[in-house]
Design a binder for this molecule. Structure first.
Ligand code: PLP
Ligand code: COI
Length: 363
């Protein structure tokens, strides 16, 4: 990997990014009609190293394994953050991104919280565009599929001392992907474990946040649910997130979602859906909502929909939830907000409609 010193932080263009192409493309091995989520990886990746106090000019190289010292701090102290985004191809073969600057900003918010040096925006944006142009044939065009993009940063610096590393690696890897969930999901409202706490790292996309979710989620799966609904860490009385998604409830004809906080990821899908819903004339309330309110609405028939929202899953309708040993089923909706909002947001993402919000960016 080249370690060319970077003295052009703010002026970097795609032309400055060295590209080394693979001699062994795996493209012909991919069945684009049967794509799982995030399990096969495109031919190339973007890499930049943080050395001597500077992020080095990124390069596109063949997708390959990494060699790391066993004392690298990522293994011991979990200094690792990531992003999730998608590239879409339209009917004319043009490539599109959705609000990519927001992902770049959020990556740096996460970096800051984990004491990782922030990345110059141009490295992320120009690097990503270069990578996508090199691997443009990997963006699927089969319905419902896209190229999932995973930017991540982690500590490569060595040593058992519990302090921030001096060296890091930034990588963008991509994976042609189909749906994250197949069908509706059944969720369990969590009453014991917490995903995050005030003053913690819940608002960052830190790898450790997800590791901490696996065990409680496994317990929920053993009980027959697909996902956990996270509640606030102090009382477990308020609904916060749905696994790796933000959560929306439709009570009557009002759409409700929890406000972002220290504990909740400021989801790009969530904030887009709020804007779309408001533009469509749907009443939206961004406020705390309690499990009690949800259960009461399920019991009196006003809880019409519950759905998760995130980049990977887009909108994931929830078929029912479990709480206090009891299961509550949600009715099928003819005029589902989830279906309506999903159509509008994906039409913008795939360039099938106008984009009145200016969210779509051509690669
Ligand atoms: N909440 C959590 C914990 C997540 O991991 C994600 C996924 O990225 C989201 C919410 C949704 O965020 P976004 O819509 O930006 O993908
Ligand atoms: C995303 O929605 O992009 C996420 O990052 C969720 C991930 C854990 C699959």
């Amino acid at each position: 990997m080249g370690l060319k010193s970077n003295s052009m932080k703010d002026t970097l263009s795609e032309l400055d990014i060295k590209v080394t192409k693979t001699q062994h493309s795996k493209l012909h091995e991919v069945d684009f009609n049967n794509l799982a989520f995030g399990s096969i990886f495109s031919d190339h990746m973007l890499v930049s190293d943080y050395i001597n106090g500077t992020w080095q000019t990124p390069e596109v190289v063949p997708y390959q394994p990494l060699t790391l010292d066993p004392s690298s701090k990522i293994f011991h102290y979990g200094q690792s953050v990531f992003e999730g985004m998608k590239a879409y191809k339209d009917e004319n073969g043009e490539m599109w991104l959705f609000r990519p600057y927001d992902n770049c900003k959020r990556l740096n918010i996460s970096c800051k919280r984990l004491a990782i040096p922030e990345l110059p925006e141009a490295f992320f944006m120009e690097g990503l565009k270069t990578l996508l142009k090199v691997d443009s044939d990997w963006i699927p065009t089969t319905p419902g599929s896209s190229l999932y993009i995973r930017p991540f940063v982690f500590a490569t610096g060595k040593g058992f001392h519990a302090s921030p590393a001096k060296e890091y690696k930034f990588i963008i890897a991509t994976a042609p992907s189909g749906a994250y969930f197949s069908g509706k999901v059944k969720v369990l409202i969590e009453q014991k474990y917490s995903r995050s706490a005030n003053g913690g790292v819940g608002y960052a996309k830190a790898g450790g946040n997800y590791a901490g979710q696996f065990y409680p989620t496994q317990l929920a799966i053993e009980k027959g649910y697909n996902q956990v609904i996270w509640t606030d860490d102090t009382s477990h009385e308020f609904i916060e997130e749905a696994g790796a998604m933000n959560i929306f409830a439709r009570i009557g004809d009002t759409l409700i979602t929890a406000p972002t906080s220290d504990r909740i990821l400021d989801g790009i899908t969530r904030k887009s859906l709020i804007e779309i819903a408001e533009k469509e004339g749907i009443a939206v309330e961004v406020r705390r909502f309690s499990v009690k309110e949800l259960v009461a609405a399920a019991e009196n028939g006003t809880l019409k929909e519950l759905f998760g929202a995130g980049t990977a899953a887009v909108i994931s309708p929830i078929a029912g939830f479990g709480y206090n040993g009891k299961d509550y089923d949600l009715p099928e909706q003819d005029d589902s907000y989830a279906t309506k909002l999903k159509k509008i947001v994906t039409d913008i993402q795939y360039n099938r409609s106008k984009d009145p919000f200016g969210w779509r960016m051509k690669v």
